[in-house]
Design a protein around this ligand. Structure first.
Ligand code: FEO
Ligand code: CA
Ligand code: CA
Length: 685
């Protein structure tokens, strides 16, 4: 039987639907609930499960003292006192990328770029897994510039870390989609294709240099260049869940090593020169069906595992939950990688919890504890904070490498009085006991989402990147969107409720929440919070958007996703509207400069935009802000039916654009772009 392949849009619709209930039942209630759930699924209860929606909770009043505490961002003031100096570009959508006048935006690394002396040149018609393992991977996301040598502040020479989040078979493999169609049959994916996909996942470490002409180039054959993949790279499992019974498999009876990482979305950089990379939508790699009586069933349901977007399980039983019921517990972690040592083994950090990790916003607290802020990107999921047990020692890199293996993970509850309370995910505290299915700390971390719900964590509108302003110490949470609060869901009928930190019932545009640690202490158990802005077109009252009135018609955006602070403490926000861009704005994603202080707080201006069908990911700066690295992910792919020749979805033969090569025989290639100011100097100054 030939079944149409699941499209990316369909996969996203399924796995973004949300699986977080309002509260977690005790084990004693689970059997009864399962019976009820089956009945609901069979339609036996019909419309009986209708939510009794409570009244919307009003927004907290502005926290007046918050703005007064903050130091103004450094840098000279530009037009109208805006702290960024550039002429805003016009919104729109076309085949090309665009950057503000006075800047260059050059393509630095493309999918398939040969990284080693013996790498084959990119040829999508002859691609093999071996070739892909020696080439730049697909769908680049998070980037991080690591100066060379280690410990220097070199702004011209360094290593670029790049995440390769996922692959799109119909844009990678010529002939996979039959002519005149826009989908492929799953059985058309061969073992070789699946292995190419695994090889194109993971990350790249690439030495890069700025020449005398001011242009950046990568160093082919550098001793530092490395590909981390889902196919070959062995990783160590560290922290409280290492060696746990639920981490053991036939191939790894010790539960301490795993091959590969996947769906690495955003990430972070540590003060000791390592990279943190977040495994996000790991559910899409698993097929098969786990029995409803299997002990992992609740955990897997909450992670929407399996959601078979990929066919890997046909060729490697690790990705079939029937055959390897614990393999999926070994994915969904933050991975720490040392780019300065090409022989180092990446480590999965179980102390930071298992969920659909977006990024890892690292902050060195004033007392030396290392803080990591993390978003779990699915509708109704949560915001997390990790505080290391030990303290950073600038003279002991080896000891610092252990700092993220032990500490306290907490989850945020945002209250109507403007406070955030951090609820610790510690075994034995509160409801995190054996009676609720948590026999030890490993259980708490492997099933972090279930633990967070037991603790009463706030259900958010898809938390993506979280970053700390280096000048003010305030923390910024990108909430990308969630239009499901307004819908009655028969499985989770109460999820329609809004809450103070997520106030819009049909939030298609996202918002940005600001968290304020008291006295700049990021270990405090309570912070304050407020909303910096609600995204969407402020000229359309239906959106409920709230930008500063100084924002122009080009300056508003939808669906904040990744963000970065430059060293002056100025916020740059990237967007991902997904396949709904024609409804959320009608214009391409991009980078916007956002004022966080003073009378222009909440003003945004458009700086860069991506070609049609792409998503803007991975913004990061070099140490003197003279280079801004950006990831243009899946160009020509998302929501391009209006521009393909067939009027259907993008395929290898018929994509939405052939950016950046524009050769009729080449497909679009996800690429890293580097932005520089003409004549040099910091971006946007
Ligand atoms: Fe991979 Fe949440 O974006
Ligand atoms: Ca993202
Ligand atoms: Ca996103």
């Amino acid at each position: 039987m030939s079944v149409d392949s699941i499209t990316l849009e369909e996969f996203e619709a399924v796995q973004n639907r949300g699986s977080s209930p309002e509260s977690e039942p005790t084990f004693g209630e689970v059997v009864q609930q399962r019976l009820g759930r089956r009945n609901i699924l069979r339609g036996l209860l019909g419309t009986a499960a209708i939510a009794a929606f409570g009244p919307a909770v009003p927004l907290p009043d502005g926290i007046a003292d918050a703005a007064a505490q903050a130091a103004p961002a450094a840098g000279k003031a530009g037009k109208d006192g805006f702290s960024f100096v550039f002429e805003e570009i016009a919104r729109g959508v076309d085949d090309h990328h665009h950057v503000a006048a006075g800047h260059d935006a050059d393509v630095l690394l493309r999918w398939g770029e040969p990284l080693f002396a013996d790498s084959p040149e990119f040829d999508p018609y002859k691609q093999t897994a071996d070739s892909q393992l020696k080439q730049f991977g697909y769908n680049n996301d998070f980037t991080a510039f690591m100066p060379l040598p280690l410990g220097s502040s070199s702004a011209d020479h360094g290593l670029l870390w790049v995440n390769h989040e996922y692959t799109i078979a119909e844009l990678m493999f010529p002939g996979l989609v039959p002519e005149g169609q826009d989908r492929y049959a799953p059985e058309a994916i061969t073992k070789e294709m699946a292995e190419i996909e695994m090889a194109a996942h993971g990350g790249s470490i690439v030495e890069i240099k700025r020449g005398k002409d001011g242009k950046w180039a990568y160093v082919r054959g550098s001793k530092y260049n490395r590909r981390i993949s889902a196919l070959k790279t062995a990783m160590n499992i560290t922290g409280p869940a290492a060696g746990h019974a639920r981490m053991k498999t036939k191939a790894d009876p010790e539960g301490r090593t795993v091959i590969g990482m996947m769906n690495n979305c955003a990430g972070g950089m540590t003060p000791w020169g390592t990279v943190l990379s977040g495994e996000e939508n790991v559910d899409g790699y698993f097929m098969g069906k786990i029995d409803q009586t299997h002990p992992e069933q609740r955990n897997y349901d909450r992670m929407t595992i399996p959601s078979p977007f990929y066919q890997w399980g046909r060729f490697d039983e690790r990705f079939d939950v029937n055959k390897a019921p614990y393999e999926a517990n070994r994915f969904g972690w933050i991975v720490e990688i040392d780019p300065y040592d090409p022989t180092s083994t990446p480590r999965k950090l179980t102390a930071l919890g298992r969920f659909k990790h977006e990024g890892a916003g690292v902050h060195l607290n004033k007392d030396g504890h290392v803080i990591v802020y993390m978003g779990d990107d699915q509708k109704f999921e949560h915001v997390y904070r990790f505080v290391s047990k030990g303290k950073f020692n600038p003279a002991d890199r080896k000891a610092n490498m252990k700092l993220l293996e032990e500490g306290t993970l907490s989850v945020a509850r945002f209250d109507a009085d403007g406070s955030v309370t951090w609820l610790p995910l510690v075994h034995g505290q509160g409801p995190l006991t054996a009676a609720n299915g948590f026999k030890d700390q490993g259980d708490v971390l492997i099933s972090a989402r279930l633990a967070a719900t037991h603790l009463g964590a706030t259900r958010m509108d898809r938390p993506e990147d979280i970053e700390v302003n280096p000048k003010t110490g305030r923390v910024y949470v990108m909430l990308t969107n969630n239009d499901d609060r307004a819908k009655a869901d028969p499985i989770h009928p109460v999820q329609a409720q809004v809450n103070p930190a997520n106030p819009r019932p049909a939030n298609s545009w996202g918002h940005i929440v600001e968290m304020l640690p008291p006295g700049d202490d990021h270990t405090a158990s309570t912070y304050k919070w407020e909303i910096l802005l609600k995204a969407g077109n402020p000229a359309d009252p239906k959106t409920g958007a709230s930008f500063n009135a100084a924002t122009t018609a080009n300056g508003w955006f939808a669906c904040p996703d990744n963000c970065a602070f430059d060293s002056m403490g100025r916020l740059w926000v990237g967007t991902d509207q997904g396949n709904k861009w024609q409804w959320t704005s009608g214009d391409a994603d991009g980078i916007w400069a956002v004022e966080t202080e003073g009378p222009l707080r909440g003003t945004a201006r458009m700086f860069f935009r991506v070609p049609i069908g792409a998503e803007m990911t991975g913004p990061s700066f070099n140490p003197d802000d003279s280079a801004l690295f950006l990831s243009v992910q899946h160009p020509g792919a998302d929501g391009v039916e209006k521009v393909t020749k067939s009027g259907g979805r993008a395929t290898f033969a018929d994509p939405g654009t052939r950016w950046p090569d524009f050769k009729p025989t080449l497909p679009p290639r996800p690429s890293v772009v580097v932005v520089s100011r003409k004549g040099g100097g910091p971006i946007g100054v």
